[in-house]
Design a binder for this molecule. Structure first.
Ligand SMILES: Cc1ncc(COP(=O)(O)O)c(C=O)c1O
Length: 409
């Protein structure tokens, strides 16, 4: 099956998804049942208690496993619940290397929650091209791609310890859209016997499949593009090793942060249109990125689809698209605030990946949980504005930004 077909028919055993075998309903029913009748003590028909398994959730879990090319999927009540369950694979005294430009909530989980239980984390720049480049050292003359094979594994290698168990990266990263070379990082992980965990939220399986490059675990905040309509909070995990799948199922059941059946249904519905939406997001983002790059009052545009982006080449190799997220920098936090207040079609809100365009100031919103000095070191300045480009008419979005820049002068 080709990608768009798989979004609609994936996850089922036969050729065509049948929502409900009993009635022929084309949609997966929402099984609002917390428990299931047993034919005899301990003899059930696949479901016993809905924390352990629910048919609507199971349909979603089979679908995401299929879309990512893994063997087993797991649905959680949020992306952070999914990430927490993955981290429960490790023990007290273990160590995880984390890309230093990850979502602020992931940083907070690692540093303020899991650290208290003895899981250590070191944050390193895992990006392919040193897009952050505030310190010229990270910038290579040819746009950065020559750093690929050598520098990133070197920065990872300096963080490896005897107790290191895994590497966790996002690509592209949030909010600076740095690109991580999955193949290079996976090779590094194999060499050191580490699990590679990839947060694939920004790309979705429609554009990027980390397993194809050697990842072991894929995590999603399904709240974003997979759902696509700003109406669900959900997280997904996929593994490609059955034994890891068993361990994760144990953890999902033991810790209990499962996705409710109604939300699982909404997510299946969202995923059906993922292909057409992702293409529309990207079409609009490309147009807006061009518009921003031509403006003198924009200091920097972060969009991997631009040929000038240091991670462009790597991304073109490992992903089928460049996505709908753009960040750009203006000269001050005050100007950034004037812009976000002046837009009319972009909604000032956290989150991303839905049909409507959103705008945010990461330093004061999504990444406020990262200490100011650390934000500064990463390049998340007060003047950084992040756009989640929706699927409205691109010309309306460009016009809206243009009038906002005029008002923000
Ligand atoms: C890349 C990424 N990963 C994980 C999360 C956390 O997901 P959730 O908000 O569904 O818990 C987010 C949320 O913004 C995110 O952007």
């Amino acid at each position: 099956m080709r990608p768009k077909t798989k979004l609609i028919h994936g996850g089922s055993e036969g050729d065509v998804r049948v929502g409900d075998e009993a009635t022929g309903a084309v949609n997966v029913p929402i099984y609002l049942s917390s428990t299931f009748k047993q034919d005899g003590p301990g003899r059930h028909r696949g479901y016993e208690y809905a924390r352990t398994g629910n048919p609507t959730r199971a349909a979603l879990e089979a679908l995401i496993a299929d879309l990512e090319g893994g063997v087993r999927g797991f649905a959680f009540a949020s992306g952070m619940a999914a990430m927490t369950a993955v981290m429960m694979l490790f023990q007290q005294g273990d160590h995880v290397i984390v890309g230093d430009d990850v979502y602020g909530g992931t940083y907070r989980l690692m540093t303020r929650v899991l650290q208290r239980f003895g899981l250590e984390a070191t944050f390193v720049d895992a990006s392919a091209g040193g897009e952050r480049a505030a310190d010229g050292e990270r910038h290579s003359a040819d746009g950065g791609s020559s750093l690929r094979e050598t520098d990133r594994p070197a920065s990872l290698a300096s963080a490896v310890r005897e107790n290191t168990r895994a590497v966790l990266v996002e690509t592209p990263t949030n909010p600076l859209l740095s690109v991580v070379d999955l193949e290079a990082v996976a090779a590094f992980c194999r060499q050191h016997g580490l699990l590679l965990i990839v947060d694939n939220t920004f790309m979705t399986p429609y554009w990027q499949n980390p397993f194809a490059y050697g990842a072991d675990i894929v995590v999603h905040s399904a709240t974003k593009y997979l759902s696509g309509h700003s109406d669900v909070v959900a997280g997904l995990v996929v593994v490609r090793d059955p034994e890891l799948g068993e361990r994760l199922h144990f953890l999902q059941n033991a810790t209990g942060g499962v996705l409710a059946p109604h939300d699982a249904y909404l997510l299946i519905r969202g995923i059906r249109t993922l292909g057409v939406r992702m293409e529309a997001h990207e079409h609009n983002a490309a147009k807006i990125a061009r518009f921003l790059s031509e403006r003198k009052d924009v200091i920097r545009v972060y969009y991997p689809g631009l040929k000038t982006h240091p991670g462009h080449e790597v991304m073109a190799r490992q992903a089928r698209g460049f996505g709908g997220m753009i960040s750009f920098e203006v000269d001050s936090g005050e100007r950034a605030e004037r812009i976000v207040r002046a837009v009319r079609l972009f909604t000032l809100a956290e989150s991303l990946g839905a049909v409507e365009s959103l705008i945010s100031i990461p330093a004061r919103m999504t990444h406020a949980s990262i200490p100011p000095e650390r934000r500064k070191a990463l390049g998340i300045t007060d003047g950084l504005v992040r756009l989640s480009v929706g699927i409205e008419d691109a010309d309306d979005l460009v016009d809206d930004l243009a009038q906002a820049f005029e008002q923000a002068r």
